[in-house]
Design a protein around this ligand. Structure first.
Ligand code: NAP
Length: 477
């Protein structure tokens, strides 16, 4: 007899933890993994929760073990693996069953899958899950896209496993089609912008002031008590505190030679990582003429070439006032990153007719996810108070916060540029803010250049329609 209420495919890092979370909340769950040894090991290690877990050796067995209508979560590698699993399930499932893709899908793939399953009798949900391993196990932030009535059918289990912020579950239906996965992509964009800016501040302290990891960690720990209070700043402090002198210290106060002595050689390499959503985020950002994704510029590639052209620095003594500037600069950069993220969501929401609920998005990011922070509480309250706000930079509280913080961002970006310290994300944050405040942009010249070399036409401020210029042999139309 079928005993599970829900199924899950993919027992990797996220899937195994999500399955344990579901089992712990009292929902019997059937699980399947392509590599069966992983299923066995997962079940063996599930301890007291084994009573609520049904390990399955095939998709057929998995389907047979779930009570209809069957909700099945896919937690496999985004892309081809998701299509393969849907294909494998299609003939086994029955009318009313629900496939939930909980991986980091490209939202356009999600929209395609909705279209492909249309008329099949199966229901599809595209769901973003954030919080990493720990979040999946004890409460992630969950961003759901699809039909609202489909969400209602799985709402109880999803809200039961989600993180809670002051008792409120960090899980919500955000809109139809690819809405959930799109919001997750923006979440990850903000996450990586935040990480990059934190890393740049670390770089200024390390290379500009020659500070050691532990000293820098203590600064981040102090900042975590204030306006920068967040999971990412907290873990940065913890990483730096635990790292010791072999963490990336290449030419500090104690040894000006590049590479340093053996004890100061970097232990953790410098290659960055990609969350997978960057391509789409970049394209959308470019179309909207906004510098959305900041991480590409400083991913830490080409280490051999970088070593060849790097120069020894002469760090100066740490300066208290400038360290306060760094805190405010990071805060200003964070505001700019969120402003861009929410602006892109507003654009996509109108393009795809999702009607994304911005205050709800801010609310479900307050706990469980990687970007959880004190700041998101302020952001949620501000969006609730000003539901018509077109950009975060126009909301009262944020205008004031940015006014206070932006002079520091300017000083830090100038300091970094003059000192030859790379700070591409902080510079882009400042660039976004300044471009946003510029009443008349400079793209008029680009339109004219494009018309000159390619007859692409331009818009005029005073007359409707497409126009061409008097350059070359043509006359203005
Ligand atoms: N890790 C995170 O912090 C995090 C956070 C949020 C979202 N995500 C997303 O969650 C999803 C899973 O990530 P993860 O970190 O759990 O990955 P993972 O640990 O690498 O596990 C990948 C899972 O996908 C399965 N898989 C891969 N290719 C498959 C295929 N062709 N057919 C069937 N199964 C296949 C693997 O099965 P085998 O054991 O057979 O290889 C494994 O169970 C991804 O979309 C990821 O982007 C990850």
């Amino acid at each position: 007899m079928s005993k599970a209420e829900i199924g899950l495919i993919g027992l990797g890092v996220m899937g195994s933890n999500l399955a344990l979370n579901i089992a712990e909340k009292g929902y019997p769950i059937a699980v399947y993994n392509r590599t069966s040894t992983r299923t066995g090991a997962f079940f063996e290690n599930a301890g007291d929760l084994r009573g609520n877990i049904v390990p399955c050796a095939s998709l057929e067995e998995l389907v047979a073990q779930i009570k209809p209508p069957r909700p099945i979560i896919l937690m496999v590698q985004a892309g081809k693996a998701v299509d393969e699993q849907i294909e494998g399930l299609r003939d086994l499932l029955a009318q009313g069953d629900i496939i939930i893709d909980a991986g980091n899908a490209n939202f356009r793939d999600t929209m395609r899958r909705f279209a492909e399953l249309e008329g099949s009798g199966l229901t599809f949900i595209g769901m973003g899950v954030s919080g990493g391993e720990e979040g999946a196990r004890h409460g992630p932030s969950i961003m759901v896209g699809g039909k609202e009535d489909a969400y209602k059918r799985v709402e109880s289990v999803l809200t039961a496993i989600a993180a809670r912020y002051e008792g409120e579950p960090c899980c919500a239906w955000l809109g139809e089609g690819g809405a959930g996965h799109f919001v997750k992509t923006i979440h990850n964009g903000i996450e990586y912008a935040d990480m990059q800016m934190i890393a740049e501040i670390y770089g200024i302290l390390r290379d500009g002031f020659g500070m050691e990891a532990k000293e820098i960690g203590a600064i981040f720990a102090r900042w975590n008590e204030g306006r920068l209070n967040s999971y990412l700043v907290e873990i940065t402090a913890a990483v730096l505190d635990a790292a010791g002198p072999r963490f990336g210290q290449t030419h500090g106060r104690h040894d000006p030679r590049p590479g340093g002595p053996e004890g100061h050689r970097p232990l953790v390499g410098g290659r960055g990582a990609d969350d997978g959503g960057a391509g789409d985020r970049d394209r959308i950002g470019r179309r909207r003429a906004q510098p959305v994704c900041r991480k590409g510029a400083a991913r830490g590639g080409c280490p051999r070439l970088r070593r060849r052209i790097s120069e020894p620095r002469s760090p100066r003594a740490p300066d208290g006032a400038f360290i306060d500037d760094l805190e405010l600069a990071l805060f200003a950069g964070k505001i700019a990153a969120y402003a861009q993220g929410f602006a892109v969501m507003a654009e996509a929401s109108s393009e795809f007719k999702w009607n994304l609920p911005m205050p709800t998005i801010a609310r479900i990011w307050r706990a469980g996810c990687i970007i959880r922070s004190q700041f998101l509480g302020t952001l949620a309250r501000s969006f609730e108070a000003d539901t018509k706000a077109e950009n975060l930079l126009l909301i009262g509280d944020f205008v004031e916060m940015m006014n206070e913080a932006q002079p520091s961002l300017r000083r830090v970006v100038s300091h970094a540029a003059l000192g030859g310290l790379p700070a591409p994300a902080l510079s882009a944050a400042l660039g976004y803010f300044d471009a946003f405040r510029q009443a008349r942009g400079t793209a008029n010249l680009i339109q004219a250049q494009r018309d000159y070399f390619g007859a692409h036409g331009f818009e005029r401020v005073d007359v409707e329609g497409e126009h061409h210029g008097p350059w070359g042999s043509g006359a203005a139309s």
